[in-house]
Design a protein around this ligand. Structure first.
Ligand code: ADP
Length: 372
């Protein structure tokens, strides 16, 4: 049996020097790790971000002191060694972790970890490559923007609610006092627009809360059937106005769920208001069932549906269908984007199935201990 010739040492050294020159000239911080998570190579940017003189031979968790949004320590080695590398199992990336320095100061960093693989997808060389970037400035801008939206939408809510009240009263008075149709129509249009504005302010304020990940405070145990009853009560009048039915099919004893009532309500409310908006005849059915780890909700309508070509865009920020039947109805295109964000905060999931001109079903699965 013939033996493969071993690679001469000078060639190895040359390769290593070439590789070091390449990573030294990168604008991102780079660390390479062996399969035990010890640093085998680093560049100056990485050392600058980590604020250390040398990283060679050190364990990744001894030089990268990370914490998550809640301030809990994050240990990279167990995460990457157990192959929990993102949904594709090949790559892990986060913009939400902070790097904690010895003097107690912190920096937001973008971090991306991928296993080192040979050309054919085999982990022949072993180890991992880490990219790191200091994103503290971007993060502070995001936080400021989010806070601005939150404050502005909160401050605007009161005058909008007052204006809505006055226009409603004027509309009622106009109905009673044989006011000309032109004035009634003008008041009705003003009322529709102010309701749109008020919904948009609600969406914006929920969005900023969701983006700040401000969930911990609202976790509680709530009665699932009580939530369903209150949704039926709140939205039946709107459905009846459009002469479509709105009912519940499912268990009457779903018990209590440990999650956020506020957010589950917000998501289902979005599904239901969409179902009412985009359905002209037929009806809407709200369903719920207990599953092994939590509760699964769904809202089915017999409305205009969504074309297959638009399915992948449905939870994008500001996405609205190009269908003329959607365009003639007011909307912000934020509802489903927010629903997906909130579901993620609950560790839950939003999914849907829809056929053009037949109808849609939007599903929400919420994990959480359920008790009777
Ligand atoms: P909005 O309803 O304010 O436009 P959403 O984010 O809630 O925003 O929905 C995004 C888009 O998804 C809608 O504009 C519409 O095109 C489509 N959509 C959502 N729900 C339904 C539904 N039940 N039936 C048909 N289309 C829907």
């Amino acid at each position: 049996m013939s033996q493969l010739p071993s690679v001469p040492e000078p060639v190895n050294r040359l390769d290593r020097e070439r590789l070091q020159a390449v990573i030294n000239n990168m604008t991102e911080g780079v660390l390479t790790l062996d399969s035990s998570c010890l640093v085998t190579m680093s560049n100056a940017v990485a050392l600058g971000i980590l604020d250390v003189n040398d990283a060679l031979g050190k364990h990744v968790d001894d030089i990268l002191h990370l914490t998550d949004k809640a301030g809990k320590p994050v240990h990279l080695a167990p995460l990457i060694q157990t192959q929990q590398l993102g949904s594709d199992k090949r790559h892990l990336a986060s913009r939400d972790w902070q790097l904690r320095y010895a003097d107690g100061t912190t920096a937001y960093i973008y971090i991306s970890v991928a296993p080192v693989q040979s050309a054919f997808g085999q982990a022949q060389y072993g180890g991992y490559v880490l990219l790191i970037q200091d994103i503290t400035r971007d993060k502070s801008l995001e936080i400021e923007r989010s806070e601005f939206i939150s404050v502005a939408s909160h401050e605007l809510r009161t005058p909008v609610a007052v204006a809505e009240g006055y226009i409603s009263n004027a509309l009622l008075a106009a109905e009673k006092e044989h006011t000309p149709d032109t004035i009634k129509n003008a008041l009705q249009s003003a009322h529709d627009q102010i309701l749109f504005l008020s919904n948009m302010l609600n969406d914006l304020s929920t969005l900023s809360r969701a983006e700040q990940g401000d969930l911990a405070a609202s976790m509680e145990e709530f009665d699932v059937n009580e939530l369903i009853d209150s949704l039926l009560q709140d939205f039946r009048p709107q459905a009846l106005q459009k002469k479509i039915s709105f009912g519940y099919v499912g268990q009457k004893n779903l018990g209590r769920l440990a999650s956020s009532r506020l957010y589950v309500h917000e998501i289902l409310q979005n599904f239901i208001t969409n179902a009412i908006k985009y359905t002209e005849k037929g009806g809407i059915t709200l369903r719920a069932k207990r599953v092994e780890d939590g509760v699964e909700f769904s809202v089915t309508d017999t409305g205009i549906g969504i074309g297959r070509n638009e399915h992948s865009k449905i939870s994008e920020k500001f996405f609205r269908s190009t269908d003329w039947r959607v365009r003639k109805i007011n909307g912000t295109g934020l509802g489903l984007y927010i629903a997906a964000k909130l579901a993620k905060l609950l560790s839950g999931q939003v999914s849907f199935d829809s056929e053009l001109n037949k109808g849609s079903t939007f599903k929400l699965s919420v994990p959480g201990a359920a008790t009777s």
